[in-house]
Design a protein around this ligand. Structure first.
Ligand SMILES: Cc1ncc(COP(=O)(O)O)c(C=O)c1O
Length: 414
C-alpha cells in the first residue's frame, strides 16, 4: 500500500498547494481522566469539531458532525485522488484492508466477517436481497422498523411471495415485552428476525443478544440494524451472536458521509449473495464491497474517524452520552406538559430520547426550537407521542442541555 502521510504529499506537491496536515488532537488530554463530568477532557474533544455557530446540535440520532481531523484528511485525500484518479483513488481504497482490521476489533468479530459498505441501507438490502427465499418464508420484523429495515424487505416480499410479519412491541418496552412480541409470532416458517439495536427516534435499546438466541433456538437468523448503535455504545458481535449487523460509519463513528459496514457471520457468507456480480470468492466477505468505483478519499479518512473514536474510547463515549441524557431527564423531571420517553432499563440506556411537549406537534416544536432558540433537533412523528428526538453528542455539555430545558419549559407555557 502506498504511504499517503504528509511527507509523501509533499512529494506530490499537495502541501505546497495548500493541503493541511491531518490535525490530530493536540491538547492536554492525558492530564485529564475523561470521566463523563471531566470538563477539560470534553471541552478538548468539543474543540475537535468545527460546528456551525448558529445552532446547538442535539440530533446525534440523525447525522453527526464530522471532526476536524477527519475533514482535513478527507480533503487532503480528495485532492490527491482528484489530481489523478488512477492510480490515487485506487491506492486510497487500499486503506480498506487496514480499516477492516481495526474495525473488526471494534465490532468484536473476525477480520473476514466485516465488509465496508456505503451505509446501513446498503447492508440491510444486501441481507434482504442476498438470502435465497422460498414462497411462504416469513420475516419477523420489529414494529419500530418502519422507516428503514421494513423498506428493504417490502419489495422482496412482493417479488418472492414471502410474508412480512410485525412483532408489535409496546412503547418503552421491557426486555421481556420485546422477547414475547417476537416469540408469540414465530412459526416454523420464520427464517429471519429483524430489529434495531437502538431504536430510531425513541432510544429504546433492544435485547439483541436474547433475540439472537430466540432466533437460533427456532432455526431462524437475526439481522440487526445497528445504524444508531455502532460508535454510540460498545458493540460485540461475538456476545450478541447475531448473523448480520448493518451500520453506517458516518453516524456515530463520525466518519465521512457514504461509509458503512456490514458484519456477516462467517458461516453465513457463502449462502448470502452480494448485491452485484463480483469476481471474489463465494466465501470472501469482500464480495459485498464490489460496487464499482467509489470515493477513495471518504474510505481512506475512515481511519481518522477510528483514531478519534479510539482516542475517546467506546466505553468513555457511551458513558458521556448517557450522562448528558440523564442530566436532561433529571432536569425535566416534574416539568408540566413535558414527557421524556426513552429506554426504561437504566442499566442499558444509551443517549437518545423522544421528548413530547403538550400542545406541540413534532414539526412545530422542531421549528420553534430551531428558530427561536437555535437548537437543532428533529421531529415529525404524527401520532399520540409526536415530539422531537434528542441525542446529545460528545461536543455538547450540560450547559447546552440546561438551556435546552429552559427552551422546552418556555414553549410548554406558550
Ligand atoms: C435505525 C436506522 N436505520 C437505518 C438508517 C439509514 O441510514 P443510512 O441512510 O446511513 O443508510 C437510519 C438513518 O437515520 C436509522 O436511524
Amino acid at each position: 500500500m502506498i504511504n499517503l502521510e504528509r511527507r509523501n504529499l509533499l512529494g506530490a506537491g499537495l502541501v505546497a498547494a495548500g493541503a493541511t496536515a491531518i490535525s490530530q488532537p493536540t491538547r492536554s488530554f492525558e492530564v485529564t481522566t475523561g470521566d463523563p463530568s471531566d470538563a477539560d477532557f470534553w471541552s478538548n474533544i468539543a474543540h475537535e469539531y468545527e460546528l456551525d455557530g448558529r445552532y446547538t446540535v442535539l440530533n446525534g440520532g440523525g447525522n453527526n458532525p464530522i471532526p476536524r481531523s477527519v475533514v482535513a484528511a478527507q480533503t487532503r485525500y480528495l485532492r490527491l485522488a482528484a489530481s489523478q484518479p488512477r492510480p490515487f483513488n485506487y491506492q486510497l481504497l487500499a486503506y480498506q484492508e487496514r480499516h477492516r482490521t481495526r474495525l473488526s476489533k471494534l465490532f468484536g468479530c473476525d477480520i473476514e466477517e466485516l465488509a465496508l459498505t456505503r451505509n446501513t441501507t446498503e447492508g440491510l438490502n444486501t441481507v434482504a436481497q442476498g438470502l435465497t427465499w422460498k414462497p411462504g418464508d416469513e420475516v419477523l420484523i420489529s414494529s419500530f422498523e418502519d422507516a428503514y429495515a421494513l423498506r428493504a424487505f417490502q419489495p422482496i416480499a412482493e417479488r418472492f411471495g414471502i410474508t412480512l410479519t410485525r412483532a408489535e412491541i409496546p412503547l418503552a418496552p421491557s426486555r421481556e415485552q420485546v422477547l414475547s412480541a417476537f416469540s408469540e409470532k414465530m412459526s416454523s416458517r420464520t427464517r429471519l428476525l429483524v430489529a434495531s439495536h437502538i431504536v430510531d427516534a425513541w432510544g429504546f435499546v433492544l435485547p439483541v443478544r436474547e433475540l439472537a438466541e430466540l432466533a437460533h433456538d427456532q432455526g431462524a437468523q437475526l439481522l440487526v440494524d445497528g445504524a444508531l448503535s455502532f460508535g454510540h455504545i460498545p458493540v460485540d458481535m461475538r456476545s450478541i451472536g447475531c448473523d448480520y449487523y448493518a451500520t453506517s460509519l458516518h453516524k456515530w463513528l463520525n466518519a465521512p458521509l457514504g461509509t458503512g459496514a456490514l458484519f456477516v457471520r462467517k458461516d453465513r457468507i457463502s449462502e448470502l449473495w452480494p448485491l452485484y456480480g463480483v469476481r471474489n470468492d463465494r466465501d470472501d466477505v469482500r464480495k459485498y464491497e464490489s460496487i464499482g468505483t467509489r470515493d477513495g478519499a471518504a474510505v481512506a479518512a475512515i481511519g481518522q474517524a477510528i483514531d478519534f473514536y479510539e482516542h475517546i474510547g467506546p466505553k468513555r463515549k457511551a458513558a458521556r452520552l448517557r450522562w448528558l441524557l440523564e442530566f436532561l431527564i433529571s432536569e425535566l423531571k416534574g416539568a408540566r406538559g413535558i414527557e421524556v420517553i426513552t429506554e426504561v432499563d437504566e442499566d442499558r440506556r444509551a443517549g437518545l430520547a423522544r421528548i413530547v411537549v403538550e400542545g406541540w406537534s413534532g414539526t412545530d416544536l422542531t421549528r420553534a426550537l430551531r428558530e427561536q432558540f437555535g437548537f437543532y433537533v428533529f421531529g415529525n412523528f404524527p401520532g399520540p407521542k409526536d415530539g422531537v428526538y434528542v441525542s446529545p453528542n460528545v461536543f455538547n455539555d450540560r450547559a447546552d442541555l440546561a438551556r435546552f430545558r429552559e427552551a422546552l419549559i418556555t414553549l410548554s407555557k406558550a
